[in-house]
Ligand binder design. Structure first.
Ligand SMILES: Nc1nc(=O)c2c([nH]1)NC[C@@H]1CN(c3ccc(C(=O)N[C@@H](CCC(=O)O)C(=O)O)cc3)C=[N+]21
Length: 286
């Protein structure tokens, strides 16, 4: 049996087409374009690349987009003032504050300042709480995008043992909840986990979100498993590589995501889906 590659890049293209069509329908109905505001503080080159991708995505699907590039020395007060203004701005349905923020800022306080109805990252405690309780809300983009990737395999998720390696607020924790909501049996692993290898070996679904090149040897992967690689690492040759040793994992996995072209494009597609959803809710109850 040979591995099948889950092509995040082309699934994301299909999602953007669907969103473009939904925007066109809204316009025909006299509704405004969905609007996304992206705020970047400082000029971290990686952040600048991500922000420019997000702007390009917005243009492609016909969203209104606003980019705010604030200097590194911006105070937290100035940043939350901007968030407050965007919260009130009816042309804006989604507010995204690019992370990481500079060290002098209280990231959690800034996240909690965003109107939960405009929190298109899905990072606000209200949205995380809603996910946990299976209530409608905005879902964090990376885990949401991964659930769409999993739907593109022909496998039934129900009852599968899933391992999530990484316990971050933005990926690992919400990912485990998404898997639970899909009736998998999730296990969250982290740096204090004992015998990670045994846990990976027994998993039907492996979600690797560690941020270290080749952290998961392919030989650990169970035959027939689904492997989702969230890692985006630059190797010694300057190439983007994941957390899983791809070539050897391909010898065992039934399905695997590539890096690049797997989870990354789906995170961006999920952001567009969240912004459209937020706009639809805003036009129902303004
Ligand atoms: N508030 C906030 N929300 C985020 O969603 C957020 C953030 N802050 N800070 C940084 C991380 C990182 N992130 C990525 C999204 C897409 C790709 C992506 O599209 N990657 C391409 C490769 C792009 C390249 O060539 O660099 C791929 O994997 O194929 C990567 C990384 C979103 N983040």
């Amino acid at each position: 049996m040979s591995v099948r590659i889950i092509d995040g890049k082309s699934i994301a293209v299909a999602i953007r087409r669907r969103i473009t069509e939904a925007v066109r329908k809204r316009m025909t109905a006299g509704l405004p374009r969905p609007g996304l505001a992206v705020i970047q503080v400082g000029d971290n080159p990686a952040s600048s690349v991500y922000v420019s991708h997000k702007r390009r995505d917005c243009t492609e699907v016909g969203f209104h987009s606003e980019a705010y590039e604030l200097p590194l020395q911006t105070s937290e007060k100035e940043l939350v003032n901007l968030v407050d203004r965007l919260n009130k701005n009816p042309a804006i349905d989604g507010v995204l504050v690019q992370l990481p923020l500079p060290g002098h800022m209280d990231t959690q306080a800034v996240i909690e300042r965003i109107d939960p109805g405009k929190d298109v990252d899905g990072f606000h405690p209200e949205n995380i709480g809603r996910l946990l309780l299976r209530l409608p809300g905005i879902r964090p983009c990376t885990p949401y995008g991964i659930m769409s990737l999993l739907e593109h395999t022909d496998e039934r998720l129900e009852g599968k043992d899933a391992i999530v390696i990484g316990q971050s607020n933005i990926v690992g924790r919400p990912m485990a909840i998404e898997l639970l909501n899909a009736r998998c049996t999730p296990t969250i692993c982290h740096s204090r986990t004992r015998d990670l290898q045994a846990k990976v070996r027994s998993a039907d679904i492996v979600i690797a979100a560690v941020g270290r090149e080749g952290f998961i040897p392919g030989t650990w992967i169970k035959t027939g498993a689904i492997v989702i690689d969230v890692g985006i690492n630059r190797n010694a040759l300057g190439k983007l590589v994941g957390d899983v040793d791809f070539a050897t994992a391909c010898e065992r996995a039934a399905w695997i995501t590539p890096v690049p072209g797997g989870v990354g494009p789906m995170t961006r597609a999920a952001l567009l889906e969240n912004t459209l959803l937020a706009a639809e809710r805003h036009s129902h109850r303004p």
